[in-house]
Structure formats: structure tokens, C-alpha cells
Write a protein that binds this ligand. Structure first.
Ligand SMILES: NC(=O)c1ccc[n+]([C@@H]2O[C@H](COP(=O)([O-])OP(=O)(O)OC[C@H]3O[C@@H](n4cnc5c(N)ncnc54)[C@H](O)[C@@H]3O)[C@@H](O)[C@H]2O)c1
Length: 333
């Protein structure tokens, strides 16, 4: 037990606590909880019997710490992660990586010099149905993907009742549908098809009470692979559903999150062929992600999102906001 790697979780709010619990569930590490709020730390110590610390810089002085999860609100991710990598620790950074490109060069340089793993916590990479669909598309059986659609929605207040009081309520803290929810989908599409090259974005605040940030987004994009990709997301619909469809030269591939399945439909076939996985609880994907990150710390290849993908997703968000402001199509720089 004492030989297990120690993971420092910086920020033990909603997602930080989930990281703490799910890293421990792997049985492959110990953990230290870090938060600036003492009441949160008392809660973490009581629930998970872990050591706690209020100052993440002081925590990095402990040579036992081998890796860090950065689970604070987005504006602090890049500065913390850069210091973490400079200290020689592996680093898992929550999404979105940042709200702008400030500090990205230093972060990339710190990563390159460190020889350590640096991943972005786009947890949908852990979905079995997504992994299977991606592998099928990459096999080339259906040829080039020419168009794709992503339609997703959920009753966000049900899943995050405190949404008015957290980062979500403010763009400057990483809030709103584009930076908070859509970024998962954007990264997923780019993980499968490669980077977006241009986009046209519309978005509005349609329903969520007590906030003014957009809760509804429609974006049409062009992808480096030549595909036309459409994203359509809202954060108020009752059904918690997400459907991705890829239409390629020789057939279509679909992923349905809510049914835990993916399928393919060759041109000329008369129906979908499905593969369905068992239902999962809300921790499952995070346990998989934690295990993958521990593998990355051991130098093994994983399917996790890379730092470059995280930076690309920030560029997508910046182009989306520029498009919304100007009403024009934007190149993703
Ligand atoms: N992958 C996912 O599914 C997912 C889900 C929710 C949130 N997130 C992301 O995770 C990040 C955090 O979100 P959250 O919902 O947990 O927010 P939160 O507000 O619930 O928690 C953030 C915590 O960080 C702490 N904190 C802030 N600055 C700190 C510092 N300098 N040192 C130590 N602790 C500090 C706060 O006290 C708070 O407890 C955001 O970037 C968000 O987008 C990801």
C-alpha cells in the first residue's frame, strides 16, 4: 500500500471529489486532497480518510507526490499545470484546458522538458461505445467521413442543482454551454476526425433560471478531414441523450450514449448492426479515466486526450465566441 503512487487532487469541488473517489477505487494509488476551503477538506478527510492540504504549492514540496489532478475552475488550470510539470509530476487537467491561449507556450515547454504525462480530462474518451465506433471508423471500411452530426442535451439543473452559484454562471470562470458542455463533444469529434478548420456559431440563453450564459448552441463546422460537422446542444431538455452520427462514403456509424450502444449501417444494408454495452453509473467512466492516467504515468500508451487536443479545443471555443459576436464564419486558428 505504501508503495503506491500518490495523486494530489487540487480542487475538491464537484469533479475533484469524483476524481478523488474514483482514483481510490482503482486500488492503484493513494491520494491527497487539496482545496482552499477548509470545510471541503474536512469533508474529504471524513469520507475518504485521506490527508488534506490547503496550499497546492506546499503540497508539491512532498516528494511522495507523483502526479496531480488539476480540478479547479478553468482560469487557474494552465498556471497550476505548468508549475506541476516543472516540478516533475505527471498532470491530468480538467476541461476546458483554459479560456484563452495565454501561457500555452510555457505549458507546452514545461511538458516537453518534463518527460511526464500530461493529459486533459475529456472523460468521454472512456466510453466503450465511443472507443468501438472510433476504431471502426479508423479501420477505413466505410471510407472517408463526409458529414457528421452531434445532437446532445440534458436537464443540467437536475445534474448540477448549484449551477447558478458555481463557475458555470460566468464565461470568465469557464461557464456557459460552449465552454462547459459542448467542449466534450468538440473534443470527441476532433479525436475521431481531426481538428476543426472553420465554424459558424449561433447560441443563446433559452431557459436556465438565474444565469445569463448560453444554454443552447448550434454550430456548423468544416473539419480538416473534409467533413461537414454539425453540433446541436441544449442544457434544459428532459431526456439525457447524446447521439453522434458519422456518414461516410460506404456507410454510416452511430453512437447513442443513452442506449450505451454504437452501430453501423453499410450502404445497401437494410438495417443497423448494433453493439450494446451494460449500463454504467456516473463514476464508471472516471474510474476508467483514472486507470488510464495511471497507465500514462507508467509510460504506457492510452486513449486519453492529449495536451495538443486540449489546446485545439480552446481554439475552437475562441472561434465560436468570435463567430457569435460577429455573426460570421471563423477560421479556427
Ligand atoms: N469532466 C467533467 O465531466 C467535468 C464535470 C464538472 C466540472 N468539470 C470541470 O472541472 C473544473 C472544476 O469544476 P467543479 O464543478 O468541480 O467546480 P467546483 O466549483 O465545484 O469546485 C472547484 C473547487 O476548486 C477549489 N479551488 C479553487 N481554487 C483553488 C486553488 N487555488 N487551490 C485549491 N483549490 C482551489 C474550490 O474551492 C472548489 O472547491 C472546471 O474546469 C469544470 O469545467 C469537469
Amino acid at each position: 500500500m505504501n508503495n503506491l503512487p500518490v495523486i494530489l487532487i487540487i480542487g475538491c469541488g464537484s469533479i475533484g471529489e469524483r476524481h478523488l473517489r474514483t482514483f481510490l477505487k482503482t486500488g492503484r494509488c493513494r491520494a491527497i486532497a487539496c482545496d482552499t476551503r477548509p470545510t471541503i477538506l474536512a469533508d474529504m478527510a471524513a469520507k475518504y480518510q485521506v490527508p488534506t492540504v490547503t496550499d497546492w504549492r506546499a503540497a508539491l514540496a512532498d516528494p511522495a507526490v507523483t502526479a496531480v489532478v488539476v480540478a479547479t475552475p478553468a482560469p487557474s488550470h494552465v498556471a497550476i499545470a505548468t508549475t506541476v510539470l516543472q516540478s516533475g509530476r505527471h498532470c491530468l487537467i480538467e476541461k476546458p484546458l483554459s479560456l484563452d491561449l495565454e501561457g500555452m507556450d510555457a505549458l507546452q515547454a514545461a511538458h516537453a522538458a518534463s518527460g511526464r504525462a500530461c493529459q486533459v480530462a475529456y472523460v468521454h474518451h472512456s466510453r466503450q461505445e465511443v472507443r468501438a465506433a472510433r476504431a471502426f471508423l479508423h479501420s477505413g471500411q466505410f471510407g472517408r467521413v463526409l458529414s457528421a452530426t452531434l445532437v446532445s442535451g440534458q436537464d443540467f439543473p437536475f445534474f448540477r442543482p448549484a449551477y447558478r452559484d458555481i463557475y458555470y454562471a460566468h464565461h470568465a470562470q469557464g461557464g456557459g454551454a460552449i465552454q462547459d458542455g459542448l467542449t466534450h463533444m468538440v473534443n470527441l469529434i476532433e479525436w475521431i476526425l481531426g481538428p476543426t478548420t472553420s465554424l459558424l456559431c449561433d447560441a443563446a440563453h433559452q431557459l436556465l433560471a438565474g444565469v445569463e450564459v448560453e444554454d443552447t448552441v448550434s454550430i456548423v463546422t468544416r473539419n480538416q478531414a473534409g467533413a461537414l460537422v454539425t453540433f446541436c446542444l441544449n442544457q434544459f431538455q428532459a431526456p439525457n441523450e447524446g447521439t453522434l452520427q458519422f456518414n461516410a462514403e460506404h456507410g454510416s456509424v452511430k453512437v447513442e450514449y443513452h442506449l450505451n450502444r454504437w452501430g453501423h449501417f453499410a450502404r445497401g444494408a437494410d438495417n443497423w448492426t448494433w453493439e450494446t454495452f451494460p449500463p454504467i453509473d456516473r463514476d464508471t467512466l472516471f474510474v476508467t479515466q483514472a486507470g488510464d492516467f495511471l497507465d500514462a504515468c507508467e509510460g504506457k500508451a492510452t486513449l486519453m486526450a492529449t495536451l495538443a487536443e486540449g489546446i485545439q479545443a480552446v481554439k475552437f471555443n475562441l472561434a465560436a465566441f468570435a463567430s457569435l459576436r460577429t455573426g460570421t464564419r471563423q477560421t479556427v486558428a
